[in-house]
Design a protein around this ligand. Structure first.
Ligand code: ZN
Length: 461
């Protein structure tokens, strides 16, 4: 087995993409979008480091766009094989990709409007037709079921506890000397509501392991939830809005879950809660279709009085008009909107409208990659330039790390340690110094061999 690293390598956390050559065939693990500012995102248009037509099979770890965002481009450029993923990922994928396609089409339209007549038209990264072609290739799998991908090569998915349908991918090559590769995908945090805890790693000869939070530990989840409650309380006293940039899948549902669980103690009945996302209703439909994946506590909450997706004052804004109407509210609104790193999506309009207002509270609940607006705000820059205007940042910015969908350093170390042996590790999906710190800790605790991935690096198993 031979692995080539094509994305989320060399100190990056987006664009996940690894090529495995096994038994004379090529299996691609993830095909994610590169995110984080215009320069980084321009790289999405560049040729892949391999010929898409030569890939036999694609396996996806989960539906986040930094893991699947370039799949329609792969299909557009010649990939003709099957795409394997967990059944819930197969349900979420078209929702995520259609949104990405319409953003790509809008971006291309914008740059064509600004171009001089003699310049050639810009093509969108991909279109809704490419997403449709992608959808036809999806092959849903369940957790823990061994499936033959190619002659002599099987795959088994394990619950990664990161978002609905997220998995670790175990690839096994049979034969005289069988080899097993485990790709961790994104590893969830133990105790994440709704989801089950991440499965321990199965036996493997090599682990490709994420390292996003390799150098820090999250606050206790309960302390974070209490902090969220006190931010709502403060915002109520200030009379402003609360804006929470959040991924449409995962974090948005978790936020609604906590709102339902603390509806009375946080006095949420006096707020108007907006989930401003055209995708939200569809994503919640997927959750409702996959309640068999919930943990016991979520099953109990779903049977309770205030159901997370049916809060009495929850407004789901699907149309642009509904979204714009929120702009007229200068206080009393909790607005959950994407994107999670504020580098796109409707949340930018809400931030543009509220950042200059010191009564407004902005709450970051997830990782903010370098180059994103979210990262700038978390770093407390005094002003930002967005949507063609310069805006002073007077709003109160909060970072509540304990709601992360990613395991922290302790979680990553415990996960690795829970395996039956301590095989070599290649760290992917981490910036510096997170991955270097995690590498040191893994070596120190488990005396295992750890390598930091670099783009284009090759590793034999
Ligand atoms: Zn993810």
């Amino acid at each position: 087995m031979r692995i080539e690293f094509h994305g989320a390598a060399g100190g990056e956390v987006t664009g996940s993409c690894h090529l495995v050559e096994v038994a004379g065939k090529r299996i691609l693990l993830d095909c994610g979008m590169i995110q984080g500012g215009r320069e980084a995102e321009a790289r999405n248009l560049e040729p892949f480091g391999f010929d898409p037509a030569m890939i036999d099979v694609l396996v996806l770890s989960h539906a986040h766009i930094d893991h699947v965002g370039r799949v329609p481009l792969l299909v557009k450029r010649g990939f003709r094989g099957p795409i394997f993923a967990h059944a819930a990922t197969c349900d979420l994928l078209p929702i995520m990709l259609l949104d990405a396609a319409s953003l790509a089409e809008q971006a291309a339209e914008r740059s064509n409007r600004d171009r001089a007549d003699h310049e050639p038209d810009v093509e969108p990264l991909y279109t809704r037709e490419d997403v449709e072609a992608t959808r036809k290739r999806l092959r849903p799998l369940s957790y823990n079921e061994a499936h033959t991908l190619l002659p002599g090569v099987s795959v088994r998915l394990h619950d990664a506890g990161h978002i609905l349908g997220s998995c670790m991918v175990e690839l096994r090559e049979d034969g005289a000397s069988p080899r097993t590769l485990l790709f961790s995908g994104d590893i969830g945090m133990r105790g994440t509501p709704i989801l089950r805890d991440p499965s321990p790693p199965p036996r493997a000869d090599l682990i490709l392991m994420e390292s996003t939070y390799g150098d820090r530990n999250h606050k206790e989840r309960q302390a974070t939830v209490a902090e969220l409650g006190s931010i709502f309380e403060q915002a109520k006293a200030d009379g402003g809005n609360v804006i929470i940039p959040a991924f449409a899948v995962g974090r948005s549902q978790e936020l609604l879950y906590w709102c339902a669980a603390h509806f009375d103690t946080w006095q949420l009945a006096s707020w108007r809660i907006f989930l401003d996302s055209p995708m939200a209703a569809k994503v919640m439909g997927v959750y409702d279709r996959h309640t068999e994946l919930f943990d016991a506590e979520a099953a109990r909450v779903w049977r309770g009085r205030v159901k997370p997706f049916e809060l009495p004052n929850l407004h789901i804004s699907e149309s642009v008009e509904e979204s714009k109407a929120i702009n007229r509210l200068h206080g009393g609104a909790i607005i959950i909107a994407g994107s999670g790193m504020a580098n796109g999506g409707r949340v930018r309009h809400h931030l543009a409208n509220n950042l200059a207002n010191q009564r407004c509270h902005v709450v970051f609940v997830g990782y903010q990659a370098q180059g994103t607006l979210g990262r700038l705000l978390v770093n407390r820059v005094p002003r930002v330039r967005m949507l063609g205007q310069e805006i002073p940042v007077r709003a109160q910015i909060h970072t509540v790390g304990g709601l992360s969908a990613h395991a922290d350093q302790q979680g990553l170390l415990d996960w690795y340690g829970a395996g039956p042996a301590h095989p070599p590790v290649v760290l992917v999906h981490g910036e510096e110094p997170a991955r270097a710190t995690l590498a040191d800790e893994l070596r120190r605790r488990y005396r295992c061999e750890v390598t930091l991935s670099q783009a284009g690096m090759v590793r034999e198993v």
